[in-house]
Each structure stands twice: as C-alpha cells, then as structure tokens.
Write a protein that binds this ligand. Structure first.
Ligand code: SF4
Length: 679
C-alpha cells in the first residue's frame, strides 16, 4: 500500500540554478501530515532565523496537501508558505484552482525555492524533470497575460496538456507587501505578502505539466467516503435572494446566535458563490463598514445594491469548481467585454461596504485589476478605506491628494487610488504596501518606514500621526478580513493568536459550530443550537477548548490540503478522519490526528517567535475590538475581551503568554526545538 504522498520535494536555488529532488522521511508526514505542516517543517528546519523575507536566504514554498489527488473531495487547495514580509513572522496564503494536483502530478509533495536569480526566470516542471527558463520578456506583464503566454509557449514547444501556471503580476514584481500569487486566470493566494517574496526572487512563474499518478493507500475506500458524502448532501431549496436581507435582519434582532448548518451554507455557496452571503452579513453585523466605524445604518439597502447576490449573479456566464470540489462556488463573468472571475465575499465587501461604495461595475473592474496585478483585495480595500478616512478628516495634504476624489462612496476615487497603488505613484506609493506601512509613512514614525521593504517617502505636508495609526485596521501588520469581531469575537481571538495574524480562515465561533467535532472527538464541546449573544463574549474553559480545537482542526485540514468550506459541512458528514486513514493506511484516532494539527500550529508559532514576534503585541486594531464600543448599529455597545480570551487559549493549548512550554513541546514530540525560538 502506498500512502498518499510521494515522499519527495523539489528544491530550487535560484542563486546557483541548482535543482534537486529531495526525499522526506515518512516520520515527517506522520508528525506533520503534509501541506501546511510539511511547509512549516521545511521552513523551520531549512531557513535561518532572522533571514530577510525578501532576501536570498528566504524560502518560498508551494504545498498541496496529504489528500490531494487521493480521490478525496475539496482537495483543490494549495498554500504558499514563507516568512511574511508583511508581518515579519510566519506567512501563508491559500488558493484553489488546479495547481495543487499539478504539483503532485509532477511527482512532488512540495516545491521549495530559495535564492535570488540574476534575471527574471520561470520554473517549468514536467515528468522528465525541472528547468529554469528566461522570463525577461514576461517581466512587466500582468499575471493573466503571463499565464496565457506561458500556456501558448508550452503548446508551441509540443506540450499536449494545458499546464497549470502560478505567476506574479506587477505588484509582486515591485515587492508590494500586499501582493499575492495568481493561478487559473485570476485566482490568487493573496495573503501574507507571498507575491513580494516571489518577486524578490525574480521568479515570475511556475509552469507545471506533470502527468504522473498520485499515490493512495486505498483509493477505493477514499472514493467510497467521497461518494457517501456526496449522496448525503441535502439539496435545500434556496429562498429568493431578497430574503437573505430578512435573514440578516432576523439574525441581528434575535437575542441568540444560531448554530449554522453546513448543508444550508453549502447550498448558498454552490448556488450563489461566497458573495451570496454579503447582504446577510451587512444586516447581521458581520461585515465591517466605513473602515470599521460605520454600521448598517450608514449603508442602507437603497444605497448598497452592489452587494445584492442576484446582481452579482446576473453577470455570471458560467460556474466553475476547483479540482475535486462538489460545491463549486466559483464563477466566470463578463465585464467590459473581458472574462473575469466573480468577486468573492471578501472582495465585494472590501470594495463596497468598507468604502460605502455602491458601484458593482467598479467592484468588478477593481477585482479584475487586482487579479491581474496580483494584489490582495482585502488589504487593498482596507488601504483605500484608510486613505478615504484620512482624506475626509482633512489630514492628507491637498498636494498629495491632487485631483483624487477620495470620498466615502466615490468609486472613481477608489479606482484612481488603486491604479496609483499598483503603479506605486503619488499617494499610491504610500498605500501600496498596506495600512501599517502607510501609517508608518504618514505618521510621526515615518522615518522608520524609510527602511521598510518597499518603502516610499510620505507625501509632503504635516504628518497626520495618530489619525493614520488609528485608521490603519490590522492585526500584527495584516489587514483584517471582512468579519467583525464585535459580532463574532472568535475572529479577533484567532486573528491575534494565530501565527499568521489578521486572517479570517484560521478560526471563529461560527466555524467551530459547523465543524461538528463533538461527533468524533471525546470532550469536544457541543455548542447549543441557540445561544444567548452575550455568552459569545465570555471567556471560560469551554470556549478556550473550542477555540484550540478549531486551530487544531484547521491546521490539520490545511495539512491535508482541503478547502475550509469543506470543513464547514462537518467532519463526520465529510468522513474526514476516515478518509485520512484510507488514503494513508494509517489507523489513527481523530484525537491523534488533531494532535498532529496542534503540532503544525505549534511549529508555525515557534517560527514566528524565532523571528522576534512578541505574541502579546499582536492585537487587532482597537476599533475592531469595540474600543470604544459603537453607539449605533448591530454591534452597538460591544467590546471584545481579547486579553481574557487569549489567556484562555494560551492556557488550553499550553503556550503561556504565547510561548509553547517545555511540557507542551515534549508532549507533541517537539522537545528538540525547545530553546530554539528565542525570547
Ligand atoms: S468550495 Fe469553492 S473555493 Fe472551496 S474548493 Fe469548492 S470551488 Fe474551490
């Protein structure tokens, strides 16, 4: 029986041109699963502490998961892993499409790249090996033009099957700290500044064309699990999309939180895509509005038609699925005569509600521009919102503003600033690296920014200082996603304690209720179907246990290479643990698998600690925590007790003050790493 990994990774040194296939011991998979875990193990053991994230010692990894290609569902996700130039600690970004199986079909469980090439190159990998090719003619092209050129060149050279391509656009080339890596005509691994790391190496693209079989211990058993899940998915009749507003209003007005059901959520995703949740989210209080200072009252239905799911769907020409996905939340649309991806939930809200903008065509155009440039829509939207707030407050000098129409609701102003950010011109150069860098450039500590990666001088005029720092909404340097912790405080907790801060895909109370871990894991808390809303803000052993189990489960899921949306159907319905056993030939309990997830989470934390990140200092911006509380709207009067929640999480996971204790490391079999993560 062959387990579902190849046991080999491809390593490339762009400085020397050396390309090698290296073996990975079985023990690494048994302890760290693969995917995110393999990435964390490789970077922790191969990258020196204190390496410049944009320098030659930095390693950038492309990792599919343990279950990718096994016949398991939802395995079309891959991750980019690195030291984040945005946060200074562990960095990762997740993306769907076709790249994950393409890496495995080349015969590898991961591709790791280090060094800096003298000239732009791309890496081509196929059945017979890997080669670096000159990419000088591609440098300067956007990510989609790059993909089209590389696919055409591959075909012209006799390639038969369309290869999978991952590329950076101009934002990655210019090392924007909010740039990502683009695949499949506009899907993007957007977070942590992974595009800047690729750009710093002058690596324009990967072209993957392998056709090797992907191993699996018991493919028939994996497929039987997949089939059983597919048969169990209930086809909920969806109400007219207009009723989603009513649902959001109800959720806002009810005194309880509901435990959501993954089948219903999956039905919304499959029919409408992630943007199907936007209207409900705004009404409920999940969506941050007006740079986190507004409420649904600032964005009433008559002035926010851009977020209506039906209007987004009207523009869709066809739906699509990531590899091996039964849900299929993706869609291709046509805007201004060009095919473009349907914008996601996060994108629509970051470019509409966060800016109080109601121009859906502009959202589509900006989404397309960012997919081409290779820039994170969450971070860019947050940066534009910050600029608008500062412009409206009169603290951005008129000379710097020029004729930019930076006002709440002005799509023209947002689009113009985005163009400048991508080109790093004028005021765009100030905001091109996200909100923390912009605050440093604008504020009294502007001198520090001059030394920061990709730094640009601030505009002439009086320093806006405190206003800029306050308007920069992030956690640990990464812009917060479009989920308000004043509605679900779990988003603040995980955005603070996760080694890659600021992300929304690392845990919250809502997700935990959908994982249904209590059906498989002894002692896992089962949230009630209805829970008083104020209970969500209480710390205690049960909520800490749920939060830590969420981290364990999501880390494990990312090790296995599955889409987070798959996890929301519930581990039992997905037969996730059974599928791990079938694919690997291992026979492990769910608790044992979750311990591997905790090992991954702990190793990522050790990486960040080694880079000098102080966990207590990673705190989401005050306004996202309700400090002071809002006076109106869905989340009025609420403050997140972050310190108590974080204390509970750290106690439960065994990381006093965010630092894994010797006992924790010993229990996880990581004792050899004790003392190697600094203080
Ligand atoms: S649910 Fe959506 S993002 Fe997840 S794998 Fe399926 S198509 Fe991709």
């Amino acid at each position: 029986m062959a387990a579902s990994y190849t046991g080999k990774v491809l390593t490339v040194d762009l400085g020397t041109g050396k390309i090698e296939a290296e073996s990975v011991p079985d023990e690494v998979y048994e302890r760290f699963i693969g995917g995110l875990g393999l990435g964390a193990w490789w970077l922790y053991t191969r990258m020196p502490a204190g390496a410049d994230p944009l320098g030659s010692e930095a390693v950038l990894g492309f990792v599919p998961g343990l279950l990718t290609g096994s016949g398991s569902l939802f395995t079309g996700r891959w991750m980019a892993v690195c030291k984040s130039p945005l946060t200074g600690g562990w960095g990762d970004a997740n993306c769907g499409g076709t790249l994950a199986p393409a890496i495995k079909r080349c015969g590898f469980d991961a591709i790791f790249v280090r060094g800096v090439s003298e000239k732009p190159v791309y890496l081509e990998v196929g059945n017979s090996g890997a080669v670096l090719r000159d990419a000088s003619a591609l440098w300067g092209l956007d990510a989609m033009e790059t993909e089209e050129n590389l696919v055409a060149a591959f075909g012209a050279a006799g390639g038969k099957k369309r290869p999978s391509v991952a590329a950076i656009g101009p934002a990655g080339e210019s090392r924007s700290l909010i740039s990502g890596i683009v695949t499949d005509g506009g899907r993007i691994a957007a977070r942590s500044g992974v595009g800047a790391v690729m750009g710093s190496k002058r690596l324009k693209a990967l072209v993957l064309a392998g056709t090797k079989p992907i191993p699996c211990a018991d493919r028939a058993a994996v497929k039987a699990n997949s089939l059983a899940f597919a048969r169990s998915v209930r086809d909920f009749p969806l109400p007219p999309t207009g009723l989603l507003r009513l649902g959001g209003v109800l959720l806002r007005k009810l005194p309880w939180n509901l435990r959501f059901d993954g089948f219903l959520f999956g039905a919304v995703l499959g029919r409408l895509g992630t943007a199907g949740m936007n209207r409900l989210s705004v009404e409920w209080g999940d969506a941050p509005l007006k740079n986190w200072r507004g409420s649904e009252r600032d964005y009433p239905a008559r002035a926010s038609r851009a977020i209506d799911p039906a209007r987004v769907l009207e523009r869709q020409e066809r739906a699509y699925h990531c590899y091996s996905c039964p849900t299929g939340c993706g869609g291709l649309c046509r805007v201004d005569g060009r095919e473009t991806h349907k914008p996601e939930y996060e994108t629509v809200l970051a470019l509409s509600g966060l800016l109080l903008c109601d121009d859906l065509e502009a959202v589509f155009r900006m989404n397309d521009a960012m997919n081409r440039a290779g820039i994170d829509t969450i971070s860019a939207g947050a940066s534009i919102a910050m600029a608008i707030e500062l412009a409206e407050a009169g603290v951005l000098p008129k000379k710097a503003l020029g004729d930019l129409d930076l006002r709440w609701g002005s799509a023209a102003g947002a689009e113009a600033l985005l163009r400048l950010m991508i080109a790093r011109e004028g005021l765009g150069a100030v905001f091109a690296d996200g909100v923390r860098q912009a605050a440093l450039r604008l504020g009294p500590a502007g001198g520090q920014a001059a030394g920061a990666p990709g730094a640009a001088p601030g505009p002439a005029g009086p320093a806006p200082g405190a206003a800029a720092l306050e308007a920069a909404v992030h956690s640990g340097g990464q812009e917060l996603a479009m989920h308000d912790p004043r509605n679900d405080p779990g988003f603040a907790l995980h955005a603070a304690v996760d080694p890659a801060p600021g992300k929304h895909t690392v845990g919250c109370r809502l997700y935990y209720g959908m994982f249904r871990l209590w059906t498989r894991v002894p002692g896992a808390p089962k949230p009630p179907l209805l829970e008083r809303k104020d209970r969500a803000f209480e710390s205690g052993p049960e909520s800490a246990r749920a939060a830590v189990l969420s981290s364990d489960f999501i880390s494990l899921f990312n090790g296995a290479g599955l889409c987070l949306f798959g996890s929301l159907y519930g581990a039992d319905r997905l037969r996730f643990f059974e599928t791990l056993d079938a694919a690997t030939g291992w026979r492990r309990s769910p608790a044992d698998y979750l311990e591997a997830g905790r090992r991954i989470q702990t190793l990522r934390q050790l990486f960040s600690l080694r880079e000098g990140i102080e966990p207590k200092d990673v705190v989401p911006s005050a306004r996202a925590l309700g400090r002071p509380p809002k006076e109106a709207g869905a989340n009025r009067g609420r403050s997140v007790p972050l310190e108590a929640l974080a204390r509970g999480y750290w106690e439960e996971i065994g990381w006093p003050e965010g630092r894994p204790s010797p006992a924790t490391l010993a229990r996880l079999g990581l004792a050899e790493l004790e003392g190697r993560h600094g203080r």
